[in-house]
Design a protein around this ligand. Structure first.
Ligand SMILES: [Zn+2]
Length: 292
């Protein structure tokens, strides 16, 4: 789903809830003569206003009376005046001239963007050696502070079975509730970029926009995907660079070391990813979780 579609969906949902509320009110008018009479008064005042009479104050008065009455006799006002799902954009999908977070979240969450299992921090800590426990603690603090953290990029390196993916699954579970988050395999990431590169209709942006704008993007096992010409290397740079500029969090696990990453993706990309102002990088080593 791209943002245009997400915005359309948000606005349609708002329209639908207003229509439902109107219907409820009409039903109440049919059943409730007292309410009906107040409503008639109000409509009469509106009609007179249309003919030039100054009835604004009395309309307001009648409105207040109706509200008071609804509150007393119908309990909650919400069914007649549905609150916005998103106060920030008032369910328009646009806030302060920008795509609202709710639209980004909808675009991200709609398209099956959690590809790997989500885990609990406590499960990863059981029986883990001290060093790994410390890394878990760091990551937990990161989650607690997020998004108010200086660290935006996290790179967990090390061989297979060192618990990198499991740890990312813990982070993903913590943060997915609070923000828009994608948790992709490098294969899935590459697949989306290829789809973006080779699509030329209006679904195109739906592949790249969430990758650029989700609050958190996790790419698991970077380096395991195939290198596609004009895609893999090129878009990885665009994604990391743009996300850095926007202050978005990009989390990566990889079996490769920095040198191998540089050879594969180029120095420019690696220096953005490991930007020392925003990056926490850690090599997890020598501890095979799968042996427990
Ligand atoms: Zn919004």
């Amino acid at each position: 789903m791209n943002y245009r579609q997400a915005i359309a969906e948000i606005r349609m949902a708002r329209e639908a809830s207003l229509v439902r509320a109107d219907l409820k009110y009409e039903k109440a008018l049919e059943r409730d003569p007292e309410l009906y009479s107040m409503e008639l008064d109000k409509r009469d005042l509106i009609l007179r206003a249309a003919h030039g009479e100054d009835t604004a104050a009395r309309i307001k008065e009648t409105d207040d009376k109706i509200l008071q009455y609804l509150k007393q006799h119908y309990g909650s006002l919400e069914e007649f005046f549905p609150p916005y799902s998103c106060e920030k954009c008032k369910d328009t999908g646009i806030a302060n001239g920008k795509i609202c977070d709710c639209a980004i979240k909808l675009a991200v969450s709609q398209s099956d963007n959690i590809e790997l299992p989500l885990n609990d921090f406590k499960d990863g800590l059981e029986g883990a050696p001290e060093e790994l426990k410390r890394t878990y603690e760091h990551m937990r603090v990161f989650c607690d502070k997020f998004p108010d953290t200086n660290i935006k990029n996290i790179v967990l390196m090390g061989g297979s079975g060192t618990g990198k993916t499991f740890l990312m699954g813990c982070i993903a579970k913590e943060l997915a509730l609070r923000c828009s988050l994608m948790f992709l395999t490098a294969y899935g990431f590459n697949k989306r970029l290829t789809a973006y590169h080779t699509t030329f209709d209006d679904t195109k942006e739906g592949y790249l926009e969430p990758i650029l704008d989700s609050d958190v993007l996790i790419i698991d096992d970077l380096g395991s995907e195939s290198m596609l010409r004009n895609v893999t290397k090129e878009y990885l740079y665009i994604v990391i660079n743009e996300r850095n500029l926007k202050g978005k969090a990009t989390l990566v696990t990889t079996n490769l070391d920095m040198k191998a990453l540089e050879e594969r993706y180029g120095a420019k990309t690696v220096s953005r990813l490991f930007d020392k102002n925003v990056c926490y990088a850690k090599v997890l080593k020598g501890y095979d979780l799968r042996k427990i």
